[in-house]
Design a protein around this ligand. Structure first.
Ligand code: SAM
Length: 280
């Protein structure tokens, strides 16, 4: 069937066109993102932006650079929550932090930090382990809108109330409300929690690694990438980690099928926690 008669083929072509515009005009490379979920996000963007079709949106973005920020914000899925998957935070607390405590300075890269819920959760963990003052966290994302919101640290109070149980299940030793100030329906996180965080725009697909990390936390990001791209990004993580450094990916993600996985060994499959081969 030709594109003129098959709407699915036509849409595929329009998605290709849109992805090409983002790549060749702006350097954002979505070519190796999983097509089905990328197409869904592009369709949502078309309706949010009041356009008639993906091709119309592509033409608009091609000629109006001021719209690229909204497009990237629309394509990124900054869905997160505080202490998401508490068992992972428990594993970080019990297995990773004791190992990191042997370093005089600790560097952590949190890739795909979205609106910051995970960075604040991690900072709380480090504070309670007495390690925060000698840690530097790089929190990166491709969405400037998400990064701005992470820096601001204001969330619906309800999100924090819901997170209290997960914080305790993740081994929390205080009360989560010690770390924020709630006023009506908004809560502002204690800004001391980001005093040692550098927020930066970094694209895992196109940018190089920039730090020697003891721990990389990249959860629920690889899931949007094809296997080939996942492998490339895992290779970057292996380059960035110190020998024996830790990698934590999302619980629905898996290194098993990636050739780059040979560089890591699993230390907790349920928490998707790995360690770069080679002792320090
Ligand atoms: C679902 S959120 C994950 C948030 C958090 N890590 C968590 O697990 O709760 C995915 C984030 O990955 C970011 N992202 C997508 N592609 C990226 C890329 N190429 N480089 C860096 N971040 C990316 C998105 O902007 C989004 O904020």
């Amino acid at each position: 069937m030709s594109p003129e008669t098959d709407p699915a083929l036509l849409e595929e072509l329009e998605v290709d066109l849109f992805v090409e515009v983002l790549h060749r005009r702006y350097g954002y490379d979505f070519r190796d993102y999983g097509r089905a979920s990328l197409t869904r996000r592009i369709r949502n963007l078309v309706s949010q932006q009041g356009e008639q079709s993906i091709a119309d949106l592509a033409a608009r973005v091609l000629h109006q650079p001021e719209r690229i920020g909204d497009v990237i914000a629309g394509l990124s899925v900054p869905v997160s929550e505080f202490f998401r998957d508490p068992s992972v935070f428990l594993a970080l607390r019990e297995v990773v932090l004791p190992a990191l405590s042997t370093y005089s300075q600790i560097t952590i890269w949190q890739a795909g930090c979205a609106r910051g819920e995970e960075v604040y959760s991690l900072a709380i963990l480090l504070t309670e382990a007495g390690l925060y003052d000698r840690t530097h966290i790089f929190a990166t994302d491709i969405s400037d809108a998400a990064l701005a919101s992470a820096k601001e640290g204001i969330y619906p109070s309800e999100d924090l109330r819901d997170a209290a149980r997960r914080y305790l299940a993740g081994g929390g030793t205080h009360t989560l409300s010690d770390y924020y100030h709630a006023r009506y329906d908004r809560a502002k996180m204690d800004q001391r929690l980001i005093s040692r965080v550098t927020f930066a725009n970094h694209n895992l697909v196109t940018d190089e690694v920039f730090c020697e990390a003891h721990l990389i936390l990249c959860r629920n990001v690889l899931i949007y990438f094809t296997d080939v791209l996942q492998d490339r990004v895992l290779g970057k993580f292996a380059t960035s980690l110190v020998r024996g450094g830790f990698l934590c990916v999302g619980t629905r993600e898996n290194l098993q099928f990636s050739p780059a996985a040979q560089k890591f060994h699993a230390i907790d499959i349920k928490a998707q926690l790995y360690r770069l081969q080679g002792k320090r």
